[in-house]
Write a protein that binds this ligand. Structure first.
Ligand code: AMP
Length: 430
């Protein structure tokens, strides 16, 4: 009986995984240019970490976490996002003692028990960055600039970056109160979830996907009317610095985020062509979170992009699995051991080589060699062993070169011979 994968969990097969690796490679180049360093974080954390950081009344904590009790009774959770873990690691290893500013990036799977649909999985991958130790607007602007450059490096230029400021601990309470008051006035028009959320987490009303709540939203009070002077100045400076480098994000006065820890700058990347799940990424500032999780009062700002959604935006480019540089075809048992020695020598020098089993007929081996997409087959049978030289077939030009390469040949000599063969094949065809 076949055992299927778990709903919302999927495989990334070769071809797709090669595209992902290419994305990751481009991201690494951009991160290096911005002088960010990689952090690798565990997948499992204590449940309390997410409860305290993401917020008790968020969808993630209320209903989407994969939580289980370990054998010793500890409640553990598969991480639903990366920031909480990054903060935990930052505090636990006291990175703030060795550097005043830490600029980190990560790649990895996250887990949320959402209803699976196109672009929404229960295990999905994120590329994320976090900056610790900078509370100035220039840090927000740099993180946003990095975000734009990352999207550009991926070849995504049509995405829209929306920004807002969610205010701070000083000015948000008044806004929250105004929102609750407004919500109470419109109680009958709100969806059931929002009615329930009204007292616990009123900001989430602005984020509701229910059509009646969306219709109502434009009459809600705006955070910008409640910003304190410091928040207003901070936000203004972020926009000013972005304009200075030629970037103009879209200001969205009702944008909030699904996690409670954000303050001041919050942003989201939206793209058309993704259907209902149109967010590719999001992030913002989370001053206070490091302190809330037992560290010093160190500011933070960061974002995460969803890899599946980035890949969807880039579309199904033709399969990019690499072909072997050449294929070694041994005929017979004696040849098999010699072929393995040769293949190993050339592999250690850096060539991508497919080594075929020896038991098949040359004809069926050739068929497979053709399918693999390499240009040259190197044939080793009794004749070749006797002559101490491999025969070469140029699979593209369909030309044979008996006993053309010494068995002792190092990779450079082999490649030089194959280059000559390529030229000769071309002449033969001309
Ligand atoms: P968040 O951590 O909620 O701000 O999400 C950041 C990004 O991660 C989103 O914009 C999506 O691209 C991606 N993401 C979040 N949840 C999922 C999911 N369930 N499936 C696929 N991608 C997701």
């Amino acid at each position: 009986m076949k055992i299927p994968s778990v709903k919302g969990f999927r495989d990334v097969l070769p071809g797709e995984s090669a595209r992902w690796a290419a994305l990751e490679g481009r991201a690494r180049d951009v991160f290096a240019a911005y002088n960010f360093h990689e952090i690798r974080l565990p997948i499992v954390e204590r449940t309390e970490l997410f409860r305290r950081s993401i917020g008790e009344t968020t969808d993630i904590v209320e209903k989407e976490m994969y939580t289980f009790t370990d054998r010793d009774g500890t409640s553990l959770t598969l991480r639903p996002e990366g920031t909480a873990s990054a903060v935990r690691a930052y505090v636990e290893s006291a990175l703030y003692q060795s550097e005043t500013v830490s600029k980190l990036f990560y790649f990895g799977p996250m887990f949320r028990r959402e209803r699976p649909q196109r672009g929404r999985l229960r295990q999905f991958y994120q590329i994320g960055v976090e900056v610790f130790g900078r509370d100035d607007a220039a840090a927000d602007a740099e993180v946003l600039t990095l975000l734009y450059d990352l999207l550009h490096a991926f070849g995504i230029d049509g995405a829209e970056v929306q920004v807002n400021s969610l205010g701070c601990r000083d000015c948000r309470p008044a806004y929250r109160a105004a929102l609750v008051e407004w919500g109470r006035k419109h109680l009958s028009a709100l969806c059931e979830d929002c009615r329930r959320r009204l007292d616990q987490n009123p900001l989430r009303l602005l984020d509701c996907k229910n059509p009646s709540c969306i219709a109502l939203r434009d009459s809600a009070p705006r955070m910008s009317e409640y910003w304190c002077d410091a928040c207003r100045a901070h936000h203004g400076r972020v926009l000013e610095l972005l304009r200075a480098v030629g970037l103009e994000p879209h200001q969205q006065p009702y944008m909030v985020r699904g996690l409670d820890y954000y303050c001041r700058t919050a942003f989201e990347v939206l793209a058309s062509g993704l259907g209902a799940q149109n967010a590719v990424g999001g992030g913002g500032r989370y001053d206070g979170l490091v302190r809330d999780l037992g560290g010093p009062d160190v500011a933070g700002v960061g974002f995460a992009l969803g890899v599946e959604r980035l890949a969807m935006l880039l579309g199904e480019s033709p399969t990019v699995t690499a072909s072997p540089e050449f294929i070694v075809l041994p005929i017979g048992e004696r040849a098999e051991a010699v072929a393995a020695t040769l293949a190993r020598r050339w592999r250690l020098s850096g060539a991508r080589i497919e080594l075929e089993p020896s038991g098949k007929s040359l004809k069926s081996q050739m068929r497979r060699a053709d399918k693999l997409g390499g240009r040259y087959a190197l044939i080793l049978g009794d004749d070749e062993l006797a002559a101490d030289a491999l025969s070469v077939r140029d699979l593209e030009a369909r030309c044979d070169y008996p006993r053309a390469v010494r068995l002792e040949a190092p990779l450079a000599e082999l490649r030089a011979t194959l280059d000559e063969i390529k030229l000769t094949s071309a002449e033969r065809h001309a």
